[in-house]
Design a protein around this ligand. Structure first.
Ligand code: GDP
Ligand code: IMO
Ligand code: MG
Length: 424
């Protein structure tokens, strides 16, 4: 398929990196279209583990990588990642960085941290990587963009103008240290020298690739329920991870997208605050966390764990237009004798609903209605296709397909790159 979007169908960390790495084998270009270094995408290749934050995951397969205009870029993180890939034997990373992407500046990190501290019990639980403040400046038309690094004088001027306001906020509102113009300007001029050769017209590049019949992957970061418009606001990120955003985040028309693949865990995790109806109560949650190694890739925080939520997943199918699903981490469920799956929500007045609530207060009050499926109690290591799964595991996959009316095209059975089953 020429243009395929890979999108997180839950609250993030579904295993998007691994699925992108798999599909990248047969692709010519891989693009990120939103988000920034709040993402942590893991790829395990034998003894090597890559935790990728800024680059598209296609970098591990040596594919040309596009960072689209919809992304926010922390130059320090991007440069460190490029250096790391070079050290690890990928010297010729081909990276095309949109001049329209916004730069994360030091004050974005400081404001993200200070505002979370200030919110106290109402904190969102952000990754504190400056994402929200950077996108806020973009919307306020105060941002500094990648293309501003092309001219040292313009870059310095923009930093000076921004600092005049940001330092007031930092000192008077957040009561933290201001930034020194000379220090920031010198640091970003250093980054600018590294970034300049990467800056490209990425919309034109991707358009040409598609016209030439090449296969292009669009790698979502974060996920549907963290989407600024469609997620569980305000406990969301500040960009649009949903599939349609691949078009605006790279600069192609929406009709160019041929296929949308949703990535979902066979259960659910969430990092940070916010409602989570199918969150597991009691000791079983810690057990799931240990079995699934559910600790944040970026922040190391414990991920909250829950049973598979088909109401939320049905919603993700709708808002993304998901054609196929990749169901990851099925192996983690091998350790449970019974597998509750949330099929509906129940409101406090006893009404059951199969569709995701449209309003925040209804979602906060929603309680899960479970159907309990039987476990399979055996490892999945020996299986080489979905057809070879134990009957109960196949039943689990087919239950998901029936409930959502979407085909599961891939099933994850382990962290390693090769631990994934196709239908055939
Ligand atoms: P992403 O942000 O969506 O790319 O996901 P993360 O990399 O943050 O988190 C997924 C975690 O699960 C990583 O540690 C992966 O190595 C791991 N993983 C991915 N697929 C599977 C799978 O099928 N089984 C198991 N056990 N681990 C997996
Ligand atoms: P990947 O791409 C899981 C969560 C944070 C917080 C909220 C807002 O690896 O799936 P932000 O720093 O974006 O302002 O934080 O979003 N969050 C993620 N959770 N995986 C991610 O990325 C996430 N990126 C942000 O925990 O709840
Ligand atoms: Mg992640």
């Amino acid at each position: 398929m020429p243009a395929t979007v890979i999108v997180g169908a839950q609250w993030g960390d579904e295993g998007k990196g691994k699925i992108v790495d798999l599909l990248a084998q047969h692709s010519d270009v891989v693009c990120r279209y939103q988000g920034g270094p709040n993402a942590g995408h893991t790829i395990v290749v034998g003894d090597e583990t890559y935790k990728i934050r800024a680059l598209p995951s296609g970098v591990v397969r040596g594919k040309p990588c596009v960072i689209g205009n919809g992304c926010v870029v922390d130059p320090e993180v991007l440069i460190a990642e490029l250096d790391e890939f070079e050290r690890r034997g990928h010297p010729s990373c081909e990276v095309y960085l949109s001049g329209n992407a916004h730069l994360i500046m030091p004050w974005h990190l400081a404001i993200d941290q200070a505002s979370e501290r200030r919110l106290g019990k109402l904190a969102i639980g952000t990754t504190r990587r400056g994402i929200g403040p950077c996108y806020a400046d973009k919307a306020m038309r105060l941002g500094i963009r990648v293309q501003d690094v092309l001219d040292a004088k313009i870059l310095r001027q923009k930093i000076e103008v921004a600092l005049a306001e940001k330092n007031l906020w930092l000192e008077r509102v957040y009561e933290t240290e201001p930034f020194d113009l000379e220090t920031v300007a010198a640091k970003y001029e250093g980054y600018a020298q590294r970034l300049r050769p990467l800056v490209a017209d990425t919309s034109l590049y991707v358009d040409r690739a598609l016209r030439d019949g090449k296969d292009v992957l669009f790698e979502g970061a974060q996920a549907t329920l963290l989407d600024l418009d469609h997620g569980t606001y305000p406990f969301v990120t500040s960009s649009n991870p949903v599939a349609a955003s691949a078009a605006t985040g790279v600069g192609i028309g929406p009709q160019r997208i041929d296929r949308v693949v949703g990535v979902a865990k066979a259960y659910v995790t969430r990092v940070g605050e916010g409602p989570f109806p199918s969150e597991i109560e009691g000791d079983e949650q810690a057990r799931m966390r240990e079995l699934g190694a559910e600790y944040g890739t970026v922040t190391g925080r414990e991920r909250r764990c829950g049973w598979l939520d088909l109401v939320a997943l049905r919603y993700a199918v709708r808002v993304n237009g998901i054609d196929h699903l990749a169901l990851t981490k099925l192996d983690v469920l091998s350790h449970f004798a019974e597998l509750p799956v949330c099929i509906r929500y129940r409101t406090p007045d006893g009404v059951e609903m199969g569709d995701f609530p449209a309003h925040q207060s209804d979602f906060h009050a929603a309680r899960p209605v479970y159907e309990v499926l039987e476990g399979w109690n055996e490892p999945l290591d020996g299986c080489s296709s979905v057809a070879e799964l134990p009957a109960a595991a196949r039943g689990y996959v087919e239950f998901v397909e029936r409930e959502l009316d979407v085909e599961v095209m891939l099933v994850g059975t382990g962290a390693e790159r090769s631990s994934v089953l196709t239908r055939a």
